[in-house]
Design a protein around this ligand. Structure first.
Ligand SMILES: Cc1ncc(COP(=O)(O)O)c(C=O)c1O
Length: 394
């Protein structure tokens, strides 16, 4: 495939190694480049574009907000979209309250603050630690970064937020020991460690965390920034483990591609958070909340989710066959529309690059894992084609 390749990021700050074509449009599950080349998108803007490109309902919701002249009001004033979105999220989850912000990292910052606020009231000043896990990724802002197990991302920015203890996924005894110090405000975990290599956390471990947190008087936070809102085939990834958290963080697909994050909380935790404790100027503005309402209404439809599960099984079968046939795949894991293809050698970056050359967009998750995150609306034929291209590339 010939593409108008633009190396480098021009005047943009060079924190990304963006290369490849300049994209000018999107259609369904395809991105269109400046030279007209079309790419099958198994990246979805890193798990954001769950409804693909050009969803008419999201577009209509955004137009509706624009027509009403209401892009932003600040949280000094109430608007219908934010109230309705909070009601929808509460009605469809364990939570009693929702807090809106602008990204995944910011959602985790909020969750850490809410947990510490609650713990101070419930357990005193000493109860302020956060337990996180090896392999985790929670974002790049200072608190979220401190809870992220990536020494290379952390090192240049030390000192980080103090009070984070890392445990091994699956090691209940270690978590129990740390919780028994009486100093832990919250345990934060992704039900599937996505950036860490698409590593599903065993449901039994999530259940054990719930039990241990209850026993120790600590809160349980699930970070579903990447795997929430239908990505795994159920509205919430934690549904599949039969465990509910005290706080849930969301972002990526929430507002159909517009930047938005959320923290969902139980009343017990919400009661500790007082006016002025936390805030953000843009969070839950009417434009993004309108887009989010349109997005969650579609994703939350049980028939839509059943389709994601069906297509997830299809993708699992095809990837299983690819794994057997290629000799270059050591494992395939995931659920719904998030899959990790673990390679026998650390060649994920090369595979991502070659796939792009062949017209397929995928993303790495560490040196050995190619991550597939197709839009949830992808068709069976497109799924098959994507795996076919990946097979050719391997
Ligand atoms: C599980 C998880 N948490 C938090 C984040 C950070 O989200 P954002 O990039 O919107 O700040 C990410 C981003 O990849 C993520 O995968």
């Amino acid at each position: 495939m010939t593409t108008a390749t633009t190396e480098g990021t021009g005047a943009l700050l060079g924190v990304y190694k963006a290369a490849g074509p300049v994209f000018t449009g999107g259609e369904g599950c395809r991105l269109i480049a400046e030279d007209g080349a079309s790419y099958l998108d198994f990246c979805s803007g890193i798990a954001v574009n769950s409804l693909g490109y050009g969803d008419p309902d999201v577009a209509a919701a955004i137009r509706g907000a624009l027509d009403a002249g209401l892009i932003h009001t600040s949280n000094l004033y109430r608007t219908r979209p934010a109230l309705q979105l909070a009601e929808w999220l509460v009605a469809h989850s364990f939570a009693d309250r929702a807090f809106f912000c602008n990204s995944g990292a910011e959602a985790n910052e909020g969750a850490i603050k809410f947990a510490r606020r609650w713990a101070r009231e419930a357990g005193g000043d000493e109860r302020n630690q956060i337990v996180s896990f090896r392999g985790s990724f929670h974002g790049r802002t200072m608190g979220a970064l401190a809870a992220t197990d990536r020494p290379a991302y952390q090192e240049p920015f030390k000192p980080l937020m103090p009070g984070v203890r890392f445990c091994e996924v699956g090691d209940t005894a270690e978590v129990d020991r740390v919780l028994k110090t009486g100093r832990v405000a919250a345990v934060i975990i992704e039900p599937i460690q996505a950036e860490g290599g698409v590593l599903p956390v065993p449901p039994a471990f999530l259940k054990a965390l719930r039990y241990l947190c209850d026993e120790a008087g600590a809160l349980l936070v699930f970070d579903e920034v990447q795997v929430g809102l239908g990505r795994t085939g159920t509205l919430w990834a934690h549904e599949q483990a039969g465990v509910t958290p005290d706080l849930l963080t969301l972002a990526k697909p929430l507002a159909g591609g517009l930047p938005m994050g959320a923290v969902l909380l139980t009343e017990r935790v919400a009661c500790a958070v007082k006016p002025g404790d936390h805030a953000t100027t843009f969070g839950g503005g009417p434009l993004v909340a309108s887009a989010a309402l349109a997005t969650v209404s579609k994703i939350g439809d049980p028939a839509f989710l059943a389709e994601v599960r069906r297509k997830g099984r299809l993708l699992a079968d095809r990837l299983g066959a690819l794994s057997l046939g290629s000799g270059k795949v050591s494992a395939v894991r995931g659920a719904g529309m998030i899959w990790g293809v673990e390679l026998t050698e650390p060649t994920a970056a090369q595979v991502v690059e070659r796939a792009m050359e062949a017209g397929l967009l995928v993303v790495g998750a560490g040196p050995n894992v190619v991550r597939l995150l197709p839009p949830l609306v992808i068709g069976d034929d497109e799924l098959a084609r994507g795996v076919e291209i990946l097979e050719e590339v391997l």
